[in-house]
Write a protein that binds this ligand. Structure first.
Ligand SMILES: Nc1ncnc2c1ncn2[C@@H]1O[C@H](COP(=O)(O)OP(=O)(O)O)[C@@H](O)[C@H]1O
Ligand SMILES: O=P(O)(O)OC[C@H]1O[C@](O)(COP(=O)(O)O)[C@@H](O)[C@@H]1O
Ligand SMILES: [Mg+2]
Length: 479
C-alpha cells in the first residue's frame, strides 16, 4: 500500500503570502452539476440562527501567532453549512465505515452522522459498512436510522465493527458504485485516511458523483494539523484511574514502584498529558524522548534516588518508548499488523523485569514493583462529555461538507475553528511530541525526571544551535 501524497487540488494564493490549501469539489471533475437550496433554511431549529450559512470564501488560518511582517500563510476552507447543496435529500445513499483500532467516541460520530443527515438534510438512507474496509466487498451492510443509533454513544467500541488491513481500492469503489452510494464517511486514523485518499482518487478517476469525507480517529492523537483527535480527552481522563491505582499501590509499600503502560505507538501524547494531569508521576517515558537505563543520568539511578527521597515512585511509559533498548536485548523479528503498522514488544513487562533484576542484583534495596497495563480498558470506554460534543461537531462538519459537494477531505478543528483539510496534509506525516517545546519542558519540570540527554548530545545540539538563525517563527504547525 503506497502513500498517496499527490496534491488533489492546487493551492490558491492571495496577497501578502495568503495560501489556501483547498479541498476538491465534485464540480472540479463533473461539469454542470445542479445545485439545490439547503433544506436547513426551512429547519425550525436552525432557521433563526443569524448568519447560519458559512460564506464560501471563509477560511481558517493555520498560523495564528504572527509577526507584523509575517506572510499570512496557510489557510483551510472553513467547515459548515453552505447555502447551496449538491445532493437532493431523497437521492442520497450514505455509508459509514470505521477502520483501525478502537477509540472512545466512534459510536457518537456514527450517531451524529446518521442523526445529522436525517434531521438537518432529510436523508433517510444510511448504511453501516461492517468490519472496516473489507466490509465493502466481503460483508453485509447494516441499515442505520436515528432509532437504531439513538443510544449508541453510551457504549464503547463501534457498532459497525472495525478491522485492520483489507483495503482493496478497486473492490471498494466497485461496491460503492454497485450499491449506488453517493456519500462515503470514513472514520479512522492515519492509515484509514490514506485508504480514503485512494478511494477518492479512484472515484474521481471514474467520474462518479460521490463525496468522500474523512473523520480523523486516533486515540494516540498522532494526526497532524488538527488541534486534537476525538477520544484523546477521554483516554487521558481514563488513564488517571490507572495512575491513581499505581500511586496508591506504590505509596502503601516500602520502596514501592507503580509502573503504568499507556498507548502511544509512535507518539507519547497520552502519556505526556496523563502525567501532567495527574501530578503523581515521577517519570514519563515516551517514544520521542530516548532514554537509557544504566549509569549516571540513567533511569536506574533516578529510581534509586527517588526511592531514597520519597520511599515510592510512579513511572508512566508509552508503549512505543524504549523499543530500541528492548530489541537490543531480545532478538525480535520486525513484525507488522494487517495494516502494516509495526507490532510492538511489551516494553512495560520487559522494563518491569529489568528494574526488578537491577535492584535484586544490587542487593542493597528491596523494591516492590506493581505493573499496570490498562491500555485496552482505556480504549474501550465510551467517550466523555467533552469528546461527545466534539464528536457531534466533527460529524456535522463532515455532513455539511459532503452535502455541499466537497470531497477528498478530512474535517477537524484548526486553532479552534472546524476546517476541511486535504487528505494529503493529514497523511504526509505523523503528529509527535516535540521534546524541544514548552509542553515537554513543563512535564520535565513537573516530574523532575532526568532529560536522559547524554553530555555528547548536548555538545552536538549546542553546535547546531549556533549555526541556526534565531527568533524564527515555526510554520504555524501545532506541536
Ligand atoms: N497506505 C495505505 N493505503 C491504503 N489503505 C491503507 C493504508 N494504510 C492503511 N490502510 C488501511 O486503513 C485501515 C486502517 O489502518 P490502520 O493503520 O490499521 O489504522 P488507523 O487508520 O487507525 O491508523 C486498514 O484497513 C488498512 O488496510
Ligand atoms: O491491538 P491493536 O488493535 O492493534 O491496537 C494497538 C494499537 O492501537 C493504537 O491504539 C493506535 O491505533 P490506530 O493506529 O488504529 O489509531 C495504538 O496506540 C496501539 O499500538
Ligand atoms: Mg494509525
Amino acid at each position: 500500500m503506497e502513500n498517496s501524497v499527490v496534491e488533489d487540488k492546487p493551492n490558491i494564493t492571495g496577497p501578502a503570502g495568503y495560501v489556501l490549501e483547498d479541498v476538491p469539489h465534485l464540480s472540479d471533475y463533473i461539469p454542470d452539476l445542479p445545485t439545490y437550496t439547503n433544506p436547513l433554511q426551512y429547519n425550525p431549529s436552525y432557521a433563526f440562527v443569524k448568519q447560519y450559512f458559512v460564506n464560501v470564501d471563509d477560511t481558517v488560518a493555520q498560523k495564528i501567532v504572527v509577526h507584523k511582517d509575517s506572510p499570512r500563510g496557510t489557510h483551510f476552507r472553513r467547515a459548515g453549512p453552505r447555502q447551496k447543496v449538491y445532493f437532493k435529500s431523497d437521492e442520497v445513499l450514505a455509508c459509514i465505515v470505521t477502520c483501525g483500532g478502537l477509540c472512545p467516541g466512534l459510536n457518537t460520530v456514527i450517531r451524529e452522522i446518521v442523526c445529522g443527515l436525517h434531521y438537518m438534510y432529510g436523508v433517510n438512507k444510511v448504511l453501516g459498512i461492517e468490519g472496516g474496509y473489507r466490509g465493502f466487498y466481503a460483508r453485509n451492510t447494516i441499515p442505520l436510522t436515528p432509532k437504531v443509533v439513538n443510544d449508541i454513544h453510551k457504549r464503547g467500541g463501534t457498532i459497525i465493527g472495525t478491522s485492520r488491513g483489507g483495503h482493496d481500492t478497486s473492490k471498494i469503489v466497485d461496491s460503492i458504485q454497485d450499491r449506488g452510494i453517493n456519500l462515503v464517511y470514513v472514520i479512522g486514523g492515519d492509515g484509514t485516511q490514506k485508504g480514503a485518499a485512494a478511494i477518492f482518487q479512484e472515484i474521481r478517476r471514474r467520474g462518479l458523483k460521490v463525496s468522500v469525507a474523512g473523520i480523523p480517529k486516533t486515540i494516540d492523537n498522532d494526526i497532524p494539523v488538527i488541534d486534537r483527535s476525538f477520544g484523546f480527552d477521554t483516554a487521558v481522563e481514563e488513564a488517571q484511574r490507572a495512575i491513581n491505582a499505581a500511586h496508591v499501590e506504590s505509596e502503601s509499600m516500602e520502596n514501592g514502584i507503580g509502573f503504568v503502560k499507556l498507548m502511544g505507538r509512535y507518539s507519547g501524547f497520552i502519556a505526556m498529558y496523563a502525567t501532567l494531569a495527574s501530578r503523581d508521576v515521577d517519570c514519563c517515558l515516551i517514544p520521542e524522548s530516548p532514554f537509557y537505563l544504566e549509569g549516571p543520568g540513567g533511569l536506574f539511578q533516578y529510581i534509586e534516588k527517588k526511592l531514597k527521597e520519597n520511599g515510592h515512585m510512579v513511572i508512566v511509559i508509552a508503549e512505543g518508548a524504549g523499543q530500541e533498548l528492548l530489541s537490543e536485548c531480545i532478538r525480535t523479528m520486525d513484525q507488522q499488523d494487517a495494516s502494516g503498522n509495526k507490532l510492538l514488544q511489551d516494553v512495560g513487562l520487559w522494563m518491569s523485569h529489568e528494574i526488578k533484576d537491577h535492584f535484586a542484583k544490587l542487593n542493597k534495596m528491596t523494591i516492590n514493583l506493581k505493573y499496570i497495563d490498562p491500555t485496552y480498558m482505556i480504549r474501550a470506554v465510551p467517550s466523555n462529555a467533552s469528546d461527545n460534543v466534539y464528536c457531534t461537531l466533527l460529524a456535522h462538519s463532515a455532513t455539511h461538507g459532503a452535502m455541499a459537494g466537497y470531497t477528498g477531505f478530512t474535517v477537524g478543528p484548526v486553532n479552534g475553528r472546524h476546517a476541511y483539510i486535504p487528505f494529503q496534509r493529514v497523511i504526509e506525516r505523523q503528529n509527535k511530541v516535540v521534546i524541544t517545546d514548552r509542553m515537554w519542558a513543563r512535564l520535565l519540570s513537573s516530574t523532575n525526571q532526568p532529560s536522559f540527554v547524554k553530555p555528547e548530545d548536548v555538545l552536538q545540539d549546542k553546535k547546531k544551535k549556533e549555526e541556526r538563525p534565531h527568533s524564527k517563527l515555526l510554520n504555524g504547525e501545532k506541536c
